[in-house]
Design a protein around this ligand. Structure first.
Ligand code: PLP
Length: 258
């Protein structure tokens, strides 16, 4: 009998719609038969169209939660989603530095509906403090350009983010125009991989969180980074193909078992 299962520690925002954030993480991880250790970085006010307000968790509370939790339970991977404030970064970095497990970071900066989710100084703080600890960074194209405002093109953004210290950057193109969604991964030796996915007719809420969690799931199960990035995209594309409507706005990925 199996008495334990792989665990992923998720630090994410809470989305009452249940499309993005921590619920996206937990559903994706459950679908991979992985246990989630969950911390709420922010409460949000939102519907399926857009985010109206983000209320960050007090960094001292996060610190206390992480200290108590990690003294007792060890994750096999960490997934970071929306972080409520730059003030949370030093706390998160201090705890991650003591864990030697893969870290997947979805640098959430703006909602698909257009709302800004972080303050102006946050992108630079994330680059300077967090990226050296990140195994896979998963910005969409707009997030990559906001993180690297002087990047010439997406490859230039990828190169700059690698130079900050993360091991792999997967830039997704769901927010770019075109008949296909084109995703690129950039590695330390400047190897580039490219994926083309058919663009589905709907728009989605929570696709990025789902993808980053699916990659975290595969890494926690022991996949190589290459295999995890590949399998995570395939799983997410299938979840988007069976997306459901829970409100009048964008659809959310179908992550529940069929
Ligand atoms: N709310 C939370 C808590 C999130 O983590 C995110 C994105 O990661 C969003 C809202 C916005 O999601 P989307 O841009 O897919 O609508």
């Amino acid at each position: 009998m199996l008495l334990s299962s792989p665990r992923v520690l998720c630090l994410s925002g809470l989305d009452p719609v249940g499309g993005a954030g921590l619920q996206a993480d937990i559903e994706t991880l459950v679908a991979h038969r992985i246990h989630t250790l969950s911390l709420v970085t922010a409460l949000t006010v939102q519907d399926s169209r857009n985010v109206r307000r983000v209320v960050a968790t007090d960094p001292a509370l996060l610190d206390e939660q992480l200290s108590v939790l990690l003294a007792d339970a060890r994750p096999d991977a960490v997934k970071l989603g929306l972080l409520g404030s730059a003030a949370q970064l030093p706390v998160i970095v201090a705890h991650l530095a003591r864990l030697s497990v893969p870290v997947i970071c979805d640098p959430v900066l703006r909602a698909g509906g257009g709302a800004a989710l972080v303050a102006d100084g946050f992108p630079d703080a994330l680059r300077g403090q967090l990226l050296p600890l990140v195994t896979v960074l998963t910005p969409n194209a707009a997030e990559a350009r906001r993180l690297v405002p002087d990047g010439v093109d997406l490859a230039g953004c990828g190169a700059a983010l690698l130079a900050d210290g993360c091991a792999r950057v997967l830039i997704t193109g769901g927010d770019e125009p075109g008949a296909s969604v084109v995703n690129h991964s950039y590695g330390k030796d400047m190897t580039t991989r490219r994926w083309l996915w058919p663009r589905l007719p709907e728009t989605f809420h929570g696709a990025g969180c789902t993808l980053a969690s699916a990659i975290a799931a595969r890494l926690a199960l022991g996949d190589s980074v290459d295999d995890a990035i590949d399998a995570g995209q395939r799983w997410t594309q299938a979840a988007l193909a069976r997306a459901i409507a829970v409100g009048g706005g964008r659809r959310i990925p179908g992550r529940l078992p069929a």
